[in-house]
Design a protein around this ligand. Structure first.
Ligand code: PMP
Length: 345
């Protein structure tokens, strides 16, 4: 969900960008107007993440999966090893991509318990890894790292499904990235933020499109950029700044608390994530105790104009996504319906 005010502003820019008579869909990627969009968005990312000019901010294409590939392509070789924390489908897929380029060891995994908790890091955490990769929020199974894990190697985070949902210590990362389509805009754009020391370690002998160094050098306009997509991300960044991260966090906590409280108190529903401290603020996953009743609940929801809460196709049940733009009132409406359903089954 995108905030209504962002949708309105985007619609206006489709008609005419800043009263130029040119649509944002027509704006040239090498013109002054788009350069201004890039520069403002980079400054806002740094401000919201509380990081300095020792980080490079990039807008790339190819979504989250392209980052799964580019990271090992730029950093790994057959002689080096990366560590991956396996907490969900997406972290596992990121690790599979890395195997094309070098050794990608699973440092910890919660796969055996169907990702119903975060994996425990081994003690001591192995050092001398080229990097350690983890996924801050596990979109499909509904866990989230609430503290940045300790890694004695450069830390890289996939923040695709929780960036800007709360204050995070971004500066503890050598790199973080996010496909934009959750809290940061629309599909087709990915944000990548890279510390200059990590960039210095990256390969030089790559096709430019897949090289972070080349993308940094060309300031994200190496090829025809996704102009409208980056612009919508800028509108989202402005919206996040205007609302304030603390307010956003407070609202996200209130939404999640209401929903988890309703599930925990229910005789009909049960939560997927067993370790309360590991529960996600963004994706609340649960099932019906009697799985056969799930379709009936989805039908009741649809009759009340609530859609899109089916669990991911690989797990079933329900997944309610509470991304930043989802208002508390929507969650309240859903929880009322859950209570009504309890009286009927
Ligand atoms: N990482 C995470 C955490 C995700 O949730 C997703 C998709 N929802 C991806 C990566 C993959 O993103 P994309 O579809 O843009 O490749």
């Amino acid at each position: 969900m995108l905030p209504p005010e962002v949708l309105l502003e985007a619609a206006e820019a489709v008609r005419s960008y800043k009263d130029t008579g040119i649509s944002i869909l027509e704006l040239p990627h090498r013109g002054k107007a788009f350069l201004e969009i890039i520069e403002e968005s980079k400054a806002l990312v740094k401000e919201l993440c509380n990081i300095g000019d020792d980080y490079h901010v990039l807008w790339l294409q190819g979504g989250g999966r392209m980052q799964f590939a580019m990271i090992p392509m730029n950093l790994l070789s057959k002689q080096s090893t990366a560590g991956y924390l396996d907490s969900d489908h997406w972290s596992a897929e990121a690790q599979e991509y890395a195997r094309y380029y070098g050794a990608a060891n699973v440092l910890a995994s919660s796969r055996d318990t169907k990702y119903d908790r975060l994996p425990q890091l081994p003690e001591p955490v192995p050092a001398n890894l080229t990097y350690v990769h983890y996924t801050t929020n596990n979109t499909i199974y509904g866990t989230q790292w609430h503290d940045v894990p300790t890694a004695h190697s450069p830390l890289i985070a996939d923040m695709s499904s929780d960036i800007f949902c709360k204050t995070i210590d971004y500066g503890k990362h050598a790199m973080f990235y996010a496909a934009a389509q959750k809290n940061l805009g629309t599909p087709g754009v990915a944000l990548a933020v890279i510390h200059k020391d990590l960039l210095a370690q990256m390969a030089d002998n790559l096709p430019p499109m897949l090289s972070y160094k080349a993308q940094v050098k060309e300031n994200s306009v190496l090829n025809t950029a996704n102009v409208s997509g980056v612009y919508i991300s800028l509108l989202m960044l402005r919206w996040i700044k205007a609302r304030g991260l603390r307010t956003i966090e407070k609202e996200n906590r209130a939404k999640a608390e209401l929903l988890y409280k309703t599930i925990d108190a229910s005789n009909v529903f049960s939560p997927h994530v067993q370790v309360v401290a590991d529960r996600s603020l963004m994706n609340v996953c649960f099932t019906a105790k009697e799985r056969a009743t799930e379709q009936a609940f989805l039908k009741l929801c649809a009759e009340n104009n609530i859609t899109g809460i089916e669990g991911h196709r690989s797990v079933g049940g329900f997944r309610v996504s509470l991304y930043n733009a989802v208002p508390y009132s929507h969650v309240a409406q859903l929880t009322e319906l859950m209570k009504e359903f309890e009286t009927k089954v």
